[in-house]
Design a protein around this ligand. Sequence first.
Ligand SMILES: [Fe+2]
Ligand SMILES: [Fe+2]
Length: 322
Amino acid sequence: MSYRHAHHSRFPIHASNPDYLEVTPQDARLMRQAPLHLQVVGGGFVRFKASGQTLDELGIAPQDQPRRLYLHRQDHEAAVSDIQRAMLDGMFRDMVKQGDQATIKQAFTSLVEEAFLEPRLSTLMGFQGMVETFVEEYSLAPHLLRAFLLVASEGYDLTEHSVNVMALVAGCALRMGHAKPRVVDYCLAGLLHDVGKTKLDEHLRMPARSLRQHEFSRYKLHPLEGQKILRQGAGIPQPVLDAAAQHHERLDGSGYPKGIREVSEAGQVVGLADSYELLTRNNSGGRKHLPPLESLSLLKKEADEQKFSLDVFRHFAHSLAS
Ligand SMILES: [Fe+2]
Ligand SMILES: [Fe+2]
């Protein structure tokens, strides 16, 4: 386990014992599979609750709960799954229904960030349910997708990019008239398209400057790394695998990493959303971002050059206007 980026984590590392992670009192209530620990006089840790039950189920009321509880770092994956499950049991749906886009986006982004610290199939696929809720609610109110996209956090990073691409893909896939399960697969594909970048050093993930040649050759491998992570188990929807591998491929063979000319629809939709997001992103380091229309006309040019199918491009463009 690396925890290279744990300073971003929802669970900060304990100041004197790096094997333990702090849990907020609210998050502690959500832990079922993840055991919780307590620090005792002298600095050692003892188990406060085992795996399998929440504090609620054990009859421990919030006011009786120790103020500081800790996770063992080996239970990080279980803790992320516990929060995903709790989100699904209503929290996320309620948030979406209440319609505060900043809160929804923040909840989504922080959980994606946590899962990207240690990208495991179980936690990555754990987003399927949340994405389903997202698609269900937003398909009824497409204008909210735009509001969702406009929420920007202070430091633009890989997770915000991924969540934005997911939202752009949602608009396009709904516009294409695909059935709900396919829209969900495409959205998950958008969310996870760059998961291979978690293997890159942080400064290479969303580079604000152009990369040196050796950096770029390393960078270009992220689609393959992503596919490798997603292939750790069975049952991953094909569009998710395709988009991870193909979002930088172009129909004219000018893309990377393989320069193939056959790019699936999911690969193209995610590729368009990815390019558009990068061109228009709110916080773009050194480079100035472009207004939506200019970005679209750049992409239109690429479609005219047969890098993307014109049909897919039209759906994408219309979804932004609807
Ligand atoms: Fe990428
Ligand atoms: Fe990307």
